[in-house]
Design a protein around this ligand. Structure first.
Ligand code: ATP
Ligand code: MG
Length: 503
């Protein structure tokens, strides 16, 4: 058999020319090494930071490090099928996720892929996951309340639409429960909810999805989950993807509540990624841009002014502390980015005060201007009274004789603390919260034993519904406690005491 060398070289030349015209060299590169969800790529001189790359077998990567002739990419959907020498193509796009109402009621992965078995998402609109946060001019100050239905929060650390309020506490202190209750409470309030689970167990996410479905809350909610079994790059992009989905609704003039559960795990995923990318470790081995990681996320939550549609994103990031240490690196970072924090104390949780909101360490820096008038009237002295009670309580532990005044502060404080106890999954209406807290604050229940307070208050609320429904309706519609309502509540409490008798 004879080879026609000229023919072969002609063929090869034609192929090479064809190859070059199809793909510019700067748009195709080669995998040099791959492992731990990081691929080093030679070539792709035109690639941008954060650009989406396409590998064989429909594997996607995210450009994380740019070098002169090479780059490092984080593999988003598993690197098991990749090997040295594989091709890589630029997509010239940043990572985008589907957005819009088609996502409501769904459970999706970090890239907007459905994971609930309900079929593909019929959305034809996408948004890039990263975006510069709105500047100062399109923003408006927070002035509308985001009602959580939790007495302790609505009274002491009110949240406004467009606010970023951190939920912080040790593990198993009720952080997720508060966020889920806040989502349940948005039923009928025209607020879309996004629950973004980062590094949670799949079973926990399934439980929350089931809870929300049972309560009829999935019609206005979306769950996005990058579970603990997912590769670190997915955990890293999940909150940005969730924020992009929320932004679409905000820009259409709607109010959105977004929960990030939790940012500690997000920071750990980013640290893993950074160390694998050989970026230099700083404090607690986190990379230098760990602050920017969360600030560029949370700054995107805001309230837009009317000219920009008037929508808002309220963010409830969650951070887990170790042994209550809020001065660790990630907690202090996120505390300084947010507009306040709800601190959950494990001691209070174990004593039975649930939700375990620590009134001393919790604060809402902007929410009080958005607080409903009814709540404002009952809550203005609440924190001080509780602080006073706790101070006297520690003093009383010495066993010294107490004067009548101190006795009164103690008994009133005990009732007040117990009045903030609320069962999980039962967010309340404004009229219930305001009427009960008003009567407690006025001392109507001071002689009740602390452990009986939750039960007595439930009974009293039943009584109000049956006998004073007009007052409750007035509080609910006016969102205020009028003089007449206050008078009526006091009369009701007195009657109730007579009827039930000395508790
Ligand atoms: P983790 O650190 O594991 O994420 P967490 O801080 O999110 O925990 P949750 O999962 O919300 O805590 O709650 C821990 C436990 O406390 C759960 O079993 C939950 O049912 C219970 N719990 C939370 N809030 C209340 C409440 N108000 N009343 C009674 N039980 C509650
Ligand atoms: Mg949790």
């Amino acid at each position: 058999m004879k080879f026609d060398v000229n023919a072969i070289s002609r063929l090869l030349k034609a192929q090479i020319e064809g190859f070059e015209s199809q793909n510019e060299l700067s748009d195709v590169g080669t995998v040099v090494s791959v492992g731990d969800d990081i691929a080093s790529v030679y070539g792709l001189s035109g690639a941008m930071l954060g650009e989406l790359l396409l590998f064989p077998h429909d594997i996607y990567g995210l450009v994380m490090n740019l070098g002169e002739n090479s780059l490092d990419a984080a593999i988003l959907n598993g690197d098991l099928n990749l090997k040295e020498g594989d091709w890589v193509k630029r997509t010239k796009r940043v990572v985008e996720v589907p957005v819009g109402d088609a996502l409501l009621g769904r459970v999706v992965g970090a890239l907007g892929n459905p994971i609930d078995g309900l079929g593909p998402i019929s959305s034809n609109k996408t948004r890039p996951i990263e975006r510069v946060a709105p500047g100062v001019l399109p923003r408006k100050s927070v002035d509308t309340s985001l009602f959580t239905g939790l007495r302790a929060i609505d009274a002491m650390v009110p949240i406004g639409r467009g606010q970023r309020e951190l939920i912080i506490g040790d593990r198993q202190s009720g952080k997720t429960s508060i966020a889920v209750d806040a989502i349940i409470s948005q039923k009928g309030r025209n607020v879309k909810c996004v629950y973004c689970a980062i590094g949670q167990k799949n079973s926990s996410v399934a439980y929350i999805a089931d809870r929300l479905k049972r309560e009829g809350c999935m019609d206005y909610s979306l769950i996005i989950s990058a579970s603990s079994s997912e590769p670190a790059p997915q955990l890293y992009v999940a909150p940005y993807a969730a924020m992009a989905m929320a932004e679409e609704w905000m820009e259409n003039g709607q109010d959105v509540l977004i929960v990030f559960d939790d940012l500690s795990k997000h920071a750990v995923a980013y640290r893993t990624l950074s160390l694998l990318l050989r970026r230099s470790p700083g404090r607690e081995a986190y990379p230098g841009d760990i602050f920017y990681l969360h600030s560029r996320l949370l700054e995107r939550a805001c309230r837009l002014d009317e000219k920009h549609g008037g929508g808002s994103i309220t963010a409830l990031p969650i951070v887990e502390t170790q042994e209550g240490d809020i001065s660790a690196y990630i907690p202090t970072n996120v505390i300084s980015i947010t507009d306040g924090q709800i601190y959950l104390s494990t001691d209070m949780f174990n004593e039975g005060f649930r939700p375990a909101v620590d009134s001393g360490l919790s604060v809402s820096r902007v929410g009080s201007s958005a607080q409903d008038k009814a709540m404002k009237k009952v809550a203005f002295s609440l924190k001080i009274e509780l602080a006073n009670y706790r101070e006297n309580l520690s003093f009383a532990q010495f066993g010294s004789d107490l004067d009548a005044e101190t006795q009164k502060i103690l008994s009133h404080g005990a009732v007040l603390s117990a009045a903030l106890i609320q069962k999980e999954g039962r967010p309340e209406k404004l009229s219930k919260e305001a009427s009960l807290l008003y009567c407690v604050k006025e001392g109507c229940f001071d002689e009740v034993k602390a452990e009986k307070v939750p039960e007595v208050l439930e009974g009293f609320h039943e009584y109000l519904i049956n006998n004073h429904s007009k007052t409750l309706e007035a509080i609910e519609s006016e969102k205020d406690l009028s003089e007449a309502s206050m008078k009526d509540l006091k009369v009701a409490a007195a009657h109730y005491r007579e009827e039930v008798g000395g508790f």
